[in-house]
Design a protein around this ligand. Sequence first.
Ligand SMILES: [Zn+2]
Length: 268
Amino acid sequence: MYPSCSSRLRPLALVLVLVSVGAGCATPVLSIDDERELGDKVAAEALKEPRIIRDNLVRHYIEDLGKRILDAAGPQPFDYTFYVLDDENINAFAVPGGHVFVHTGLILAADNMSELAGVMGHEVGHVVLRHVARSYYRNQGTGILATLVGAGLDMYVGRGTSMVSDLLAMSYVTSYSRDYEREADLFAVGVLPQAGISPSGLPTFFETLAAQGGPNPPPFLSSHPATAERIENTRKAIVELDVGGGLDVDDDGKLEIIQRRIELLTGH
Ligand SMILES: [Zn+2]
């Protein structure tokens, strides 16, 4: 999936080697087929979620950015889907089968396209590196995914809460280990240059989030610990990767147009 002939790819290749070594341990992993099946169920429910932004401009912008990252990542076993969720909290998360949710709050908080792509690359990394699949069994007892598989979707009909809201609330979304976070960061740093995008937005976005920390840090921070270490690690990885110049930080004002569009649509 990842050519190893280019020195540019070393950090990404290293991540993949570490993960494949880790795959030999006792941690049970959701199979690709099971993950895909679970993802289909999640997608069916997600489409019922009223807070999913259906505006074509916003949707296509995030889908195109996601596709750009995925094209650089190489062939994947899932048909990834990117959703924009009307939620002011600065967050993004991935669920089984390559379904990635990006909050409007995250899009609005990004200073440039590279920052947004950094977080999206991180979330794609959690899927590609099978963190989602690995975390499934660990979190099986905690709620929604076990329910989806074990009892079907019927129990959600008529409930006052949506499945996406439950996903947000459950520990599944927030329970990746520090190692997984480090790997997903390195994945993003490795893959973005292959997409022609500067990875510099990842550490700068962490810094922006850290500055907003206080007693109520943004969800992406509270669910992703050791921020100072991650800023240092991603900066170091970018230097080691020697990505060179010419990579996109902005996208000719497109992000700003989408941000104004979201403000118009949501009133945020
Ligand atoms: Zn993460």
